[in-house]
Design a binder for this molecule. Structure first.
Ligand SMILES: Nc1ncnc2c1ncn2[C@@H]1O[C@H](COP(=O)(O)OP(=O)(O)O)[C@@H](O)[C@H]1O
Ligand SMILES: [Mg+2]
Length: 241
């Protein structure tokens, strides 16, 4: 479904990604992990057309998407959530999701009132229907993360990119968020590329894990292989462990 080939990007003198290649198959859950600053969010920004890579190519369902702008990437069927929630703070929860419905794949065929109904459905799905008329600025972190999820799903993606959905949530909220992601996968048939720093969660969730460190891919494989890989243990815990 997604094929990343030899991607590199420089920010000034910093080599944020260097020759990174991996792929994501339809219906797969692929985890993207690595220490802080490894380049995970940058990878996601490149896939979504926020940054242009300096080198490399990307393909989605066989078509090259390397230089395609974000709005078209979204309409091709890729959406994402943000590590730091990026709602439209001055809009209500409902209006934020309506915006996603109207800019997602179904846009040309949909009138505003239908978009409202559809957006309500996604808010209901993530448990935020009762907050539909609240400004995003009044929502707590868990609610903002669910709003991000509703907005991403409302563009009807085939591939959903999740950037540290659990960060900052307490254990009960994390568990609820995890359940929500499972049911999103089941109900909407989305394929997941999932950045997660809570190892316990990603080890349980992903079928395959790609590990980045200092912008390079240092390992890839099933979770049970990754947890035993000395390079990963060193990257996370330091050499002496
Ligand atoms: N827009 C940018 N301009 C300059 N440096 C950036 C930019 N975005 C990310 N970086 C740098 O690239 C590196 C990778 O960042 P990031 O992808 O956010 O890491 P991760 O998500 O793995 O923690 C970091 O050193 C970060 O400071
Ligand atoms: Mg990040």
């Amino acid at each position: 479904m997604l094929d990343i080939q030899n991607i590199g990007i420089n920010f000034g003198g910093l080599r944020a990604l260097d020759d990174v290649s991996f792929s994501v198959g339809k219906d797969e859950v692929v985890g993207l992990i690595g220490p802080n600053g490894a380049g995970k969010t940058t990878m996601m920004n490149i896939i979504c057309g926020v940054y242009r890579p300096t080198e490399g190519k990307m393909f989605f369902e066989g078509n090259e998407i390397t230089r395609i702008p974000s709005d078209r990437i979204c309409r091709l069927g890729i959406s994402r959530t943000y590590q730091i929630p990026q709602p439209f703070y001055a809009m209500t929860a409902l209006a934020g999701v309506v915006t996603a419905v109207l800019n997602g794949k179904k846009r040309p065929h949909m009138c505003f009132s239908d978009a409202g109904l559809e957006a309500s459905y996604y808010l209901e799905f993530v448990g935020l229907f009762s907050k539909r008329d609240e400004l995003a600025s009044n929502l707590n972190l868990y609610e903002l993360r669910m709003l991000e999820l509703a907005r991403a799903l409302a563009t009807t993606p085939k591939l959903l990119l999740l950037d540290e959905v659990m960060a900052g949530l307490n254990p009960v909220e994390s568990e609820r968020a995890l359940e929500m992601i499972w049911s999103a996968q089941e109900q909407f048939g989305v394929t997941l590329l999932w950045i997660e720093h809570v190892m316990k969660i990603i080890m349980k969730a992903a079928q395959r894990i790609v590990v980045l460190q200092y912008g390079k891919k240092i390992a890839e494989g099933p979770p049970e292989q990754i947890v035993r890989d000395p390079r990963i243990i060193e990257a996370y815990l330091g050499g002496k462990h």
